[in-house]
Every structure is written in structure tokens, then in C-alpha cells.
Design a protein around this ligand. Structure first.
Ligand SMILES: Cc1cc2nc3c(=O)[nH]c(=O)nc-3n(C[C@H](O)[C@H](O)[C@H](O)COP(=O)(O)OP(=O)(O)OC[C@H]3O[C@@H](n4cnc5c(N)ncnc54)[C@H](O)[C@@H]3O)c2cc1C
Length: 375
């Protein structure tokens, strides 16, 4: 019983589950080998109402963040942590929606809702990850243009992206107060992408580097006000962290179900692995903690739907969810024995895919710093 969810949320969840089963799972192994998901998948997701769920038409599907949560959870529950819909819908599109001009919204959001245009967000650089004020990518004003130079790394959806929200410095002397956001489109002269990076997990995710070399951007590709970028980034963090927490929780719930099935069927020394007390105790701990996490996240979701999710609570949500996910997936892998280490087993993929969730969107250490400031 999840009281935060309405009938229309549950209907979308059903639709998303069907989409994942029909359009993703049969192809996932091939996409994992290829290191990318096809752009056609995005158009299918758009046609099925699964992108930009929380924005009004024609910019999105006319729902709220509860609908977005249903798509996030359907993917994660089915062990599809490498599919980048959430960054596109719940991180990139909200920047355009919250800070874009009407013309910018018209130009890009309907295409993003249809899946014709894939979004990415580029903040991290080789020398600036947790500490974003160290961003070196520079945008200098020249008449009616900004000229962009620099490099970004670890960019989710990077290879497929047609639109990238880029954090760059407009006033290097001002540090965080001199950062601005820009839109960069694929194909612009001076914009190049590296190949998909070789990662230890999320292989179907086309994470890559981006390079800007004297890229001339029309001034109306600035998003919001100049030098306000850091404030915009901070504004979006609560939703982004809740989205990651929801992914982590649904992933651990899904893997707990499939892991329990495995230990029910696997026999060792003539007994089912489930019949060993150690297995039952580990599963019991995982289930008890997962239930507590779910109640907390539903409370966060309810707060967010009322516009009242604060940044510290969102940090707690992501920290709790991703740390528990990591611990439970590791225990589940152990229960699978050597099979748990074999790539063809779902638990192996989940374990490796999940590791990134404690790093991006604010590492666990950064979240502890935020929460620790309460004392
Ligand atoms: C799979 C994946 C996808 C990603 N997708 C994107 C994306 O789409 N867009 C994007 O912009 N970025 C993306 N990132 C980058 C991600 O946001 C950064 O990796 C993250 O912010 C950490 O930055 P860093 O890697 O530079 O680590 P660093 O900042 O160098 O941190 C190194 C270590 O120091 C710790 N640390 C840092 N500061 C403190 C502190 N104050 N106190 C204690 N410990 C600290 C960190 O927690 C970490 O353990 C992605 C990363 C991965 C792995």
C-alpha cells in the first residue's frame, strides 16, 4: 500500500512495466555489448508517454513527479539502470522548463517529449566533479555570441544527445557566482564528442566526453540569467537526488525478489540456499530495511509533489537509498556464489550498474557533508 500513489500513477506504472518487458529487456544484452541504446527506443518511449512525464503538453505528458517516479521505478525494478530516460526527463528538461524562455521551451521541449531529441547535462570536468566551482570551461561574450571552450567528462546520454545543458564560467574571477548555463546542440561547429567511455557497469549507457573548441553560441542559447548557473544547479538538486534514490530503492526491491527466487531453487549440501539461517537473516534484514526506505521515500515523494522537499532531506534520501542498495546487492551477489560474478546473471549486472549511484548526483561523502551541517 503506497498511499502517495493515485490510480493514474499506478496505471502509468503498468504501462511502463509493459514497455520495459516488450521494448527493452529482449534487446538489453545486445545494447550492453554495443555500449549504447538506439535512438529509436527514445521515440518509442515518447510515443508511449514515458518521457517528460511531469511537464504539461506539448512539453511533456501532463502528469506530475509521481508519474515520473513510475517510469524511474519500472526501469530500475526490471534491472535496467543503464537506460538514461531519467536524466533526460527529470534532470535536463526541468532546466529548460524552470529557467528557459518561452521560445527555448517551444523549440526543444516538445521534441524531447516525443523522444526526437535526447538530452544530456554536462557539468563534470576532468578537474571539477564534486567541486563544481572549479569548472574551467569558459564562455566569453563576443557581441551577439558566447564563445565556448573547454571539456566535459562522464556525460550520461552523451553520444546520443542532441541537446546538452552545459555549465560554464562566464566570470572566472567570481568562482561559483560566475557560472552560467548554456544550451549546446549536436552538429554545431566546434562541438565534438568522444566515444562511449569503457565503464565497469551500465554498459548500455553511452557516457562520454564532450569538447568545445571556439564554439560560437548565439546569445539566446544562454539558459536563464548570466552568472546565475550555480543557483539553478542547486535549485534542481532535490528532485535529481530523489530521482536517484527512487532508482536505487526500486532496483534493490527488484533484485531482492529475483535473489530470493534463486536461493529457493539452488541446492548446496542437499539443502536449498534459503534453508541456511545466514541466508534468511540477510534477506530478512534487507527486506526490513527496504520497507523502511520505501516509506521514507514515499514521504519524500509526497513532500516533493507539494513543492516542499528540502535539500537536506533529499540528500538523506539519496544517501540512504544508494548505500542500502549497494549493501543489499553485495549480499545477494554473495548468495549466488560464483554465478553472481558471471555477467550473464542479473545480479552481477545490477551490482556493477548500481556502483555509480553512490558517485553521481552528489557522492555519499558530499551528501554526508550536507547532512552533517545540521549539527
Ligand atoms: C556513470 C556516471 C555517470 C555520470 N553522469 C554525469 C552526467 O551526466 N553529467 C555530469 O556532469 N556528470 C556526470 N557524472 C560525474 C559525477 O557527477 C562525478 O563523478 C561526481 O560528481 C564526483 O566527481 P569526481 O568524479 O570528479 O570525483 P571527485 O570530486 O574527485 O571526488 C573524489 C573522492 O573525494 C570525495 N570527496 C570530494 N569532496 C569531498 C569532501 N568535501 N569531503 C569528503 N570527501 C570528498 C568524493 O566523495 C570521492 O570519493 C557521472 C559519473 C559517473 C560515474
Amino acid at each position: 500500500m503506497r498511499t502517495v500513489l493515485r490510480e493514474d500513477h499506478l496505471l502509468l506504472r503498468e504501462q511502463a512495466d509493459k514497455f520495459v518487458a516488450a521494448e527493452i529487456l529482449p534487446h538489453l544484452a545486445a545494447w550492453e555489448r554495443e555500449g549504447i541504446t538506439p535512438r529509436a527506443l527514445w521515440r518509442k518511449a515518447g510515443a508511449s508517454g514515458l518521457l517528460n512525464c511531469s511537464l504539461p503538453p506539448p512539453y511533456g505528458q501532463g502528469g506530475d513527479f509521481g508519474h515520473a517516479a513510475m517510469v524511474i521505478e519500472a526501469l530500475a525494478h526490471a534491472n535496467c539502470l543503464g537506460i538514461g530516460f531519467s536524466i533526460h526527463s527529470d534532470m535536463v528538461s526541468p532546466y529548460l522548463w524552470n529557467f528557459g524562455t518561452d521560445a527555448q521551451k517551444e523549440l526543444w521541449l516538445p521534441r524531447m517529449a516525443r523522444g526526437d531529441l535526447i538530452g544530456a547535462i554536462a557539468m563534470t570536468e576532468p578537474g571539477a566533479g564534486s567541486d563544481l566551482k572549479a569548472v574551467r570551461t569558459r564562455a566569453r561574450r563576443e557581441g551577439a555570441h558566447y564563445v565556448l571552450n573547454g571539456q566535459k567528462t562522464f556525460i550520461t546520454n552523451g553520444v546520443n544527445a542532441g541537446l546538452v545543458v552545459v555549465l560554464a564560467s562566464t566570470e572566472p574571477d567570481l568562482g561559483a557566482r560566475g557560472l552560467s548555463l548554456f544550451i549546446v546542440e549536436e552538429g554545431m561547429a566546434g562541438f565534438t564528442k568522444g566515444p562511449a567511455l569503457q565503464k565497469i557497469g551500465q554498459h548500455s549507457q553511452d557516457t562520454c566526453e564532450l569538447f568545445f573548441d571556439e564554439l560560437r553560441l548565439p546569445a539566446d542559447y544562454l539558459l536563464g540569467q548570466e552568472n546565475e548557473g550555480f543557483g539553478y544547479v542547486t535549485h534542481e538538486l532535490a528532485q535529481e537526488r530523489l530521482a536517484i534514490a527512487l532508482r536505487a530503492c526500486a532496483s534493490l526491491e527488484g533484485m531482492l525478489q529475483s535473489g530470493a527466487e534463486y536461493v529457493r531453487n539452488r541446492k548446496v549440501f542437499g539443502r536449498r540456499v534459503l534453508d541456511y539461517q545466514n541466508t534468511r537473516f540477510k534477506l530478512a534484514d534487507a527486506l526490513a530495511k527496504a520497507r523502511m526506505l520505501r516509506v521514507f521515500l514515499d514521504d519524500c515523494l509526497a513532500r516533493h509533489l507539494q513543492g516542499q522537499l528540502d535539500s537536506v532531506t533529499a540528500a538523506m534520501a539519496k544517501l540512504n537509498a544508494t548505500e542500502l542498495q549497494g549493501q543489499v546487492l553485495d549480499d545477494l551477489l554473495q548468495m549466488h556464489g560464483g554465478y553472481g560474478y558471471m555477467a550473464e546473471y542479473g545480479i552481477a549486472r545490477a551490482w556493477a550498474d548500481a556502483r555509480a549511484l553512490r558517485l553521481f548526483g552528489g557522492s555519499s561523502e558530499i551528501l554526508r557533508e550536507i547532512i552533517g551541517k545540521q549539527f
